[in-house]
Write a protein that binds this ligand. Structure first.
Ligand SMILES: Cc1cc2nc3c(=O)[nH]c(=O)nc-3n(C[C@H](O)[C@H](O)[C@H](O)COP(=O)(O)OP(=O)(O)OC[C@H]3O[C@@H](n4cnc5c(N)ncnc54)[C@H](O)[C@@H]3O)c2cc1C
Length: 216
């Protein structure tokens, strides 16, 4: 069990958020987590797809993967999810920064099997590709055997949110350079592009309605 003092934000604690709904919002908005653990002497941090299922953080990957083998064996883990909301251009380079929402979860993963695994895979699929689970072929027993599906209880977590205008040193607002310099926030948004069919799709096959909805 991780030490709860791990999750107390010390640096810029005004950016810390303790509202569970904010945590859930970040986890539900993201698609990629960076999951870190220790392999022997060294830390490894690997980006993976994930989903939240109630109070559990779910990932899946190859049973042959180093990360998944370590995590399935109970190696302590830390998962981070970051949503980048904007670049903050301050008058000084020192105060220039980013607006973001980020979450960190600490704990250990457990291996899911049987119906628990299938439910988790459904949740991951529907989080990343809403509508796809019922359309695509279901996993075979052999595919399930080759997959580790892991869950971590979301009990030890922290959230940090950077938002708003640049936090300039007041002196920089009145210098010749600072007074006339543009400063503010340049928002960053992720969006879906136009779907591109692969060469095997017959020409008359329409883009599924659920995929069309993703762009709205
Ligand atoms: C997109 C992005 C860009 C960033 N760029 C920089 C940068 O260039 N330089 C920089 O110094 N910092 C940056 N940060 C902030 C950085 O993530 C750390 O919060 C900061 O460096 C303080 O680290 P620390 O180890 O002193 O934190 P501490 O406050 O000592 O960490 C204590 C605990 O607080 C929690 N915590 C710390 N940081 C976060 C976080 N980001 N999200 C959720 N929980 C957290 C964890 O539970 C951690 O164990 C950035 C954050 C994001 C999301």
């Amino acid at each position: 069990m991780p030490d709860p003092s791990l999750t107390r934000v010390k640096r810029l604690p005004d950016k810390a958020r303790t509202d569970r709904q904010i945590l859930n919002g970040i986890l539900d908005a993201g698609m990629v987590a960076h999951v870190g653990t220790v392999d022997g002497e060294y830390p490894v941090v690997i980006p993976v797809a994930y989903a939240r299922q109630d109070d559990q953080f779910l990932i899946h990957g190859s049973a042959a993967s180093r990360l998944f083998t370590l995590l399935a064996a109970g190696s302590p883990a830390c998962a981070t999810v970051t949503i980048l909301d904007g670049l903050v251009l301050a008058r000084s380079l020192f105060e220039s920064s980013m607006n973001y929402r980020s979450a960190m979860i600490f704990g250990t993963f457990t291996l899911l099997e049987g119906d628990f695994e299938l439910r988790a895979l459904h949740t991951i699929t529907e989080h990343l590709m809403p509508g796809r689970w019922n359309d695509a072929r279901q996993p075979t027993l052999q595919e399930l055997k080759a997959t580790y599906t892991l869950a971590m209880n979301i009990t030890e977590w922290s959230v940090k949110v950077g938002e708003g205008d640049p936090d300039d040193n007041p002196a920089d607002l009145h210098t010749v350079q600072g007074r006339d310099l543009w400063a503010g926030v340049v928002p960053i948004n992720s969006s879906y592009g136009v779907p591109i069919p692969d060469p095997h799709v017959p020409q008359e096959t329409p883009i599924p309605p659920y995929v069309q909805k993703w762009r709205v």
